[in-house]
Design a protein around this ligand. Structure first.
Ligand SMILES: Nc1nc2c(ncn2[C@@H]2O[C@H](COP(=O)(O)OP(=O)(O)O)[C@@H](O)[C@H]2O)c(=O)[nH]1
Ligand SMILES: [Mg+2]
Length: 687
C-alpha cells in the first residue's frame, strides 16, 4: 500500500451503545470501498472486526479492532470500539488516537445510554463527533423520534441528511447543506413535501452556527445574505472541530445505504490529524501539547497491545510526529530502552498487511518489540518527548479466583491478559491470601477467565473476595502464661504475667517491659516479645491479624536450669491467647470512601440503597444535571456495587472508591465472620 500523507488520513472511532451497528458499519465502509471483498456478518461470525473467539461466540465486540477504507485519495482508519460498558477502556484508548468519532445509534426512537455516554465522552475528550443514525430500514424504526431525543439533550446536534422513506425503506436522502434531495444512486430528485419543513429548520440552524464561527459571516447572516459554498465549508470545519456542531446523518449499515455519503462527510467535514486535538506530553521537564506534525522528528504512542497467535504481541500505535520506516532504530522514551523496528503493519481485523512506512497521523502495529507496552512513547534518538499515559478507567469490581489444578499457571495466564486490557488487574491480597482479578464488570472478568481457559485448558472459578478483617481488643485484661515441660533429663520452664490494653503507639503492636527484681531474667525478655509478635499474626476470634495491641510484661517466674528462650516464647503465646480473649476482642473492617455520580433522577434510589449497605452519606453536590454523592461504607457491602449501580441507573451511574480506615464491626456480625473463617480453614485442610 502507498504511503498516505497526513492531510489524507482520517482516524475515526466508531463508538456508541452495544448492538446498534458499529461493527456492521465498519464492514460496510470497507466493503463499499473494496477494501474487503465480502460483506461479513456479526451474526454469522464472519465480520472483519469481531474476529476473536469470544466475540464470535457472544456476537458482540469485546476489543477495539482496526480496519481502513480507501476512499477518494484518503485512508480512513476505522477504530471499531465495543459498546458494552465493561469495555469502556477500549473507547478511551480509541479516542486517544482518533481525530473524530462516529457515534452510531439505531433509529429506535430514543436516546440510548450508550449514545449519551459516547457523546459525553467526546465532549470530555474534546473530540469532533458525527452521529450516524443506523437501521432506518428496520421495522418500527423512527428516525425523527431518535433525532428529537438526541437534540433534546445535546444542543449542538443538527441533522445534515434526512432519509427519504418509501414503504418503510430508505430510497434517498435530503441533503440539508445543499438544500437538495438525491436518490440512492446520487441522482437529484424532488424534496418530498413532508421533509420540506424539517429541511428549512435544520438548514437555518446550521447557517446560524456557520455564522457564529466568524465575525464577517455573522454580519452577512444578519444582513440576510446567503453564504458561498466555500464559506459554508470553512464554517462547518471550524464548528465541528470546535465541537460546537455535531452533524447527524442517516443510513442502514446492513445494506450499505448512506455509507458512501458518510465516507464523503468523513473526508470533507471531519478533522484530519493535524487539525484534531493535541496530545499532552512531557518534554525536557515541561508539560507541553504536541500536535500531529509530519515535519518534526519521529514520535509515536502505543495505545493498545493485542496478543496474536502467530506474531506474538502486536502493539498498536499512532505516529504523532515525523515518519516511521521499517528498519528504523528508535527509543522507547518511557522506559529509556532502544528498540529495533521490524515490519510495520496496518490491520484489517485479524489480518496484518505490511507497509514500508507510516506518516504522522497514521495508525499501525508493530510486533517483536522487546520492552514496549501500552502507553509507551517511541521516538527518534533526538526526540525526548514522553506522551502522557492514557487515563483508563480504574477497576470497580474485584473477584477472588481459584483453579482446581495448576493454579499458579492459571494466575500467570491471567497476569498476561493484563497486557491486552489496561483496565484489567491481577493482584494478590497479602492479608487474605486471595488472588484478585479486578476490572469494570463481570462480563469482562468472565471473558478473561475464558480466554485463559482457551489457551491453557484450565478452569477458573471466581467468587466474592474475602474482606481483609482485622482484630483488636476494647478492654484491658491480664493473663498468666506458664509453660512447664519435664521430659526425661532437660525440662522447659517459663512463666509470664502480661497486661493487654488497646492503644499501641504505632497502631499495631507495642511491647513494654516493667519487670522488676529479675522476675524474668533480662536475657529472656526478648523471647517474650518475640512470642507475642508471632502471636499477633492471628487474632483469637477468627485468625485475622491483631492490631492496636499494647502488651506490658510486669511479672514472671523462672527456673535456673529449665528456663530457656523457647520456653518463654511459648509462655508468651499462652498468655496472649487467654489475655486477649478476656480483653473484649472484636473485628475491624475496612471502610471505603465512595464517590458516586448519577443523573439527578436517581439520587433518591442511591441514598436508599446506601442506607441498606450500612453507608453514611457525607454529602451530595450537584454538578450540571448530575449528583455526586460522597459516602462512607463498609467494603464488605460493596463488592457487587458496580453491577448493582449499573442496574439501578441503566448504566448511567459511575463510582470510585478507596480505603480510608478500619472501623469496629457491629457485634451482631461476628458470628458470621467466625463461621466463614472456620469453613475456609476446613476447606484448606481438605486440599
Ligand atoms: N436491520 C438492521 N440490522 C442491523 C443494521 N446494522 C446492524 N444490524 C444488526 O444489529 C446487530 C448488532 O450489530 P453490530 O454491528 O454487531 O453492532 P455493534 O455492537 O454496535 O457493533 C447485528 O445483528 C446486526 O446484524 C442495520 O442497518 N439494519
Ligand atoms: Mg461491535
Amino acid at each position: 500500500m502507498k504511503n498516505f500523507k497526513t492531510d489524507f488520513i482520517r482516524n475515526v472511532a466508531l463508538i456508541g451503545h452495544s448492538g446498534e451497528g458499529k461493527t456492521t458499519l465498519a464492514e460496510a465502509m470497507m466493503f463499499e470501498t473494496k477494501c474487503i471483498d465480502r460483506f461479513g456478518k456479526v451474526d454469522d461470525g464472519t465480520s472483519t472486526m469481531d474476529y476473536d473467539d469470544e466475540e464470535i461466540k457472544r456476537k458482540i465486540s469485546i476489543s477495539m479492532s482496526l480496519g481502513y477504507a480507501l476512499y477518494r485519495d484518503c485512508k480512513i482508519n476505522i477504530l471499531d470500539v465495543p459498546g458494552f460498558f465493561d469495555f469502556e477502556g477500549e473507547m478511551v484508548a480509541a479516542l486517544h488516537a482518533a481525530d473524530s468519532a462516529v457515534v452510531v445509534t439505531a433509529a429506535s426512537g430514543s436516546l440510548t445510554v450508550g449514545t449519551e455516554k459516547a457523546l459525553d465522552m467526546c465532549k470530555e475528550k474534546k473530540t469532533a463527533a458525527l452521529i450516524f443514525v443506523n437501521a432506518v430500514d428496520k421495522e418500527n424504526s423512527d428516525f425523527f423520534g431518535t433525532v428529537d431525543a438526541i437534540m433534546a439533550k445535546f444542543k449542538s446536534v443538527v441533522p445534515i441528511e434526512l432519509p427519504i422513506m418509501e414503504g418503510g425503506k430508505m430510497t434517498g436522502v435530503v441533503d440539508v447543506l445543499a438544500n437538495k434531495a438525491f436518490d440512492l444512486q446520487g441522482k437529484e430528485v424532488a424534496t418530498p413535501a413532508n421533509l420540506q419543513g424539517k429541511l428549512e429548520e435544520y438548514n437555518g440552524k446550521i447557517m446560524e452556527m456557520v455564522a457564529e464561527t466568524d465575525e464577517d459571516l455573522m454580519m452577512k447572516f444578519f444582513d440576510g445574505e446567503a453564504f458561498t459554498e466555500e464559506e459554508i465549508q470553512k464554517g462547518l470545519h471550524a464548528a465541528i472541530a470546535d465541537e460546537i456542531f455535531i452533524p447527524l446523518v442517516a443510513g442502514n449499515a446492513q445494506t450499505s445505504k448512506g455509507v458512501k455519503r458518510l465516507l464523503d462527510k468523513l473526508v470533507d467535514l471531519m478533522p484530519h490529524p493535524e487539525r484534531a486535538h493535541k496530545i499532552g506530553a512531557t518534554l525536557n521537564g515541561a508539560h507541553v501539547e504536541v500536535a500531529v506534525d509530519a515535519t518534526k522528528p519521529f514520535s509515536a504512542q502505543v495505545i493498545k497491545s493485542v496478543v496474536d497467535p502467530y506474531v506474538g504481541k502486536l502493539l498498536i500505535f499512532k505516529v504523532v510526529t515525523g515518519k516511521l520506516t521499517s528498519g528504523d532504530s528508535v527509543n522507547n522514551n518511557t522506559v529509556e530502552k532502544p528498540e529495533k523496528v521490524g515490519t510495520i503493519y496496518v490491520l484489517k481485523g485479524k489480518k496484518q498487511e505490511a507497509v514500508d512506512s507510516l506518516e504522522a497521523g497514521d495508525i499501525g502495529a508493530l510486533a517483536k518489540l522487546t520492552y514496549t507496552n501500552t502507553n509507551d512513547t517511541l521516538a527518534a534518538a533526538d526526540n525526548k518527548v514522553v506522551y502522557d499515559t492514557i487515563e483508563f478507567p480504574a477497576p470497580v469490581i474485584s473477584y477472588a479466583v481459584k483453579a482446581l489444578k495448576d493454579e499458579e499457571k492459571a494466575i500467570q495466564g491471567l497476569i498476561k491478559m493484563q497486557e491486552e486490557d489496561a483496565t484489567f488487574k491481577v493482584e494478590k491480597n497479602i492479608e487474605t491470601g486471595d488472588v484478585l482479578i479486578s476490572g469494570l464488570g463481570e462480563a469482562q472478568l468472565d471473558i478473561m477467565c475464558k480466554r485463559v481457559k482457551a489457551k491453557l485448558g484450565i478452569d477458573i472459578t471466581w467468587q466474592e473476595p474475602r474482606v481483609a478483617y482485622r482484630e483488636t481488643i476494647r478492654k484491658t485484661a491480664s493473663a498468666e502464661g506458664k509453660h512447664k515441660k519435664q521430659s526425661g533429663g532437660a525440662g522447659q520452664y517459663g512463666d509470664v504475667f502480661i497486661k493487654y490494653e488497646p492503644g499501641a503507639e504505632d497502631g499495631v503492636f507495642e511491647f513494654v517491659d516493667e519487670v522488676v527484681g529479675g522476675a524474668v531474667p533480662r536475657q529472656f525478655i526478648p523471647a517474650v516479645e518475640k512470642g507475642l509478635r508471632e502471636a499477633i499474626k492471628h487474632g483469637v476470634l477468627a485468625g485475622y491479624p491483631m492490631v492496636n495491641l499494647k502488651a506490658t510484661l510486669y511479672d514472671g517466674k523462672y527456673h535456673p536450669v529449665d528456663s530457656k528462650e523457647i520456653a518463654f516464647v511459648t509462655a508468651a503465646k499462652l498468655s496472649y491467647a487467654d489475655g486477649v480473649a478476656a480483653a473484649g476482642p472484636c473485628f475491624l473492617e475496612p471502610i471505603m470512601e465512595a464517590k458516586i455520580t448519577v443523573p439527578d433522577d436517581y439520587l433518591g434510589d442511591i441514598l436508599g440503597d446506601m442506607n441498606k449497605r450500612r453507608g453514611r452519606i457525607l454529602g451530595t453536590d450537584s454538578l450540571g444535571g448530575k449528583q455526586v454523592i460522597t459516602a462512607e461504607v463498609p467494603q464488605a457491602e460493596m463488592f457487587r456495587y458496580a453491577t448493582d449501580l449499573r442496574s439501578m441507573t441503566q448504566g448511567r451511574g459511575k463510582f470510585e472508591m478507596h480505603l480510608i480506615r478500619y472501623e469496629e464491626v457491629p457485634g451482631s456480625a461476628n458470628a458470621k465472620i467466625i463461621e466463614d473463617a472456620k469453613k475456609r480453614e476446613e476447606e484448606a485442610a481438605k486440599k
